[in-house]
Write a protein that binds this ligand. Sequence first.
Ligand code: ATP
Ligand code: MG
Length: 430
Amino acid sequence: MAEKISAVKGMNDVLPPHSGDWEWLESMVRQLMFRHGYKNIRTPIVEPTGLFIRGLGEVTDIVEKEMYSFSDRLNGEELTLRPENTAGVVRACIEHSLLHEGGKRLYYMGPMFRHERPQRGRYRQFHQIGAEALGFGGPEVDAEIILLAESLWKALGLQGVRLEVNSLGQLNERHAHRAALITYLEKHHTQLDADAKRRLHSNPLRILDTKNPDLQDLVNDAPQLVDFLGTASLDHFNRLREILDACQISYRINPRLVRGMDYYNLTVFEFITDSLGSQGTICGGGRYDGLFEELGGKPAPAIGWAMGVERVIELLRDQDRLPSQAHPDIYAIVGDSKDLPQVFPFLQTLRGAGLSVQMHASPRSEWSGIKAQFKKADASGATYALIFGPDELKQGMVACKPLRNDQQAQGMMALADLAQWAGHLQSAPR
Ligand code: ATP
Ligand code: MG
C-alpha cells in the first residue's frame, strides 16, 4: 500500500457530524450580523507580507514569530498566509474606496494561520469570525460592536463569558505613559525576564501583557495609562460605559488589557471564559483609528473584533449548547434495483418540496437486500422509510413506515399523492 499522508501539524479537518456544529454557529452569526446591519466581506487568504508588517507592527508576536511567509517561486513576491483579517479588510477598503460614501459595517468568517505551538484552543490553522465598523469615530459604535458580540453569546446560550474593557487613549498619551513606564521598569531591570528586557525599549506596553507569574507584582504596580489620558479620551470611554450600563452589560475595567497589535487606540476589549484553561479569550477587539493611514489610505476611524471559532465551539460543547444533528426526513428503500429509474423522479419531487431524502446506495455492485436497507434506514435517524417495492410500484403505490414513532403502522400511499404528502410534512412543526 502507498504511504499515508497526514494533515499538517496543528491544522485540523472538520468532519461530520461536527461540521454541522460549525454550520449552525455560522448561520446564527449570519442572522445576527443581518440584524445589526453588518455585511459580509471576503478577502484573499494570501496577502503581501508587507501588509502585516505595517498593519500589525514589527514587534508583535505574530510578525516576530508566527507568520507563514514565503516567496512566490515564480515571481519572487513576498507573501503571507493571513494571520488575522483586519489588515486585509482595511486594505480592501482602501483599494476599493469603500468609505467613499460613508462608513461601512462588515463581517467575515474564515481560516487564519499562525505558527504557534499547537495545544487545546491553539492551532496553526484556526478560524475567526470578525466584525469591523469602519469610518465611524464615536463611542456609540464601540458600544454597538461590543453589544453585537454580547448578543451572539446570548443567542448561542453561552454562560460565563466575561467582558473586560480598557482605554488605550491616543498616541501622545501613550507616549507619556510609555516614558513613565520605561523609567519604572529600568528601575527594576534586574527583576525582568529575557522577553521583558528585550521589549523594554521597543514595546514596553507589551510587558504589561506578560503571562510570566514572577512578573505579576511588578506589572501590577507599574504606572497606569488611565492616569495619562486627556479629557477627550476619558470622555470617549465614559460615553461608551454609559451605553453599556444602560444596556445592563456587566464588564470589568482591566487597566492592563493592552491587546497584541500595535494599531489599537482608545477602546480595547476582550471576552473571556474561565473554562478553557489558559486559552480563555474567545473574542478580542478594539479601536484602530491609525490603521487606514498606516496602510496608505485616507485617515479613517475604525473598530472591530475577532473571535476564535474553535474556542467558541469547544465552549458550546462544554456547556451542552450545540443543537442535536439534523436527520433526514426520509430514507428511500428500493426493493429491486431495476426500479431505480422509476423511483428517482419521485425522490427529486420530495427534495423539491423541501424534504431531506437519503437514498439507499449499495456498498458493492450487487443491490442490497431489503433487510440490509432497513438497517441503514434505522441507523440514518430518518423519520420515515419509504419502501418502493416492485409489486407496489406496479400498482402505483409506495409503503411508508414511520421509523421513530412506532404507534403508527405502516401505510400505503399512491405515488401520485407523494407531493401532496410532502407538502403536509413540511407544514407540520419540525
Ligand atoms: P492569544 O492571547 O490567545 O494568543 P491573541 O491576542 O493572539 O490571542 P487575537 O489576535 O486577538 O488573539 O485573535 C482573536 C481571537 O482568535 C482570540 O481571542 C482567540 O479566540 C482566537 N485565536 C487566536 N489565535 C488562535 C490560535 N492559534 N488558535 C485558535 N484560536 C486562536
Ligand atoms: Mg496569540
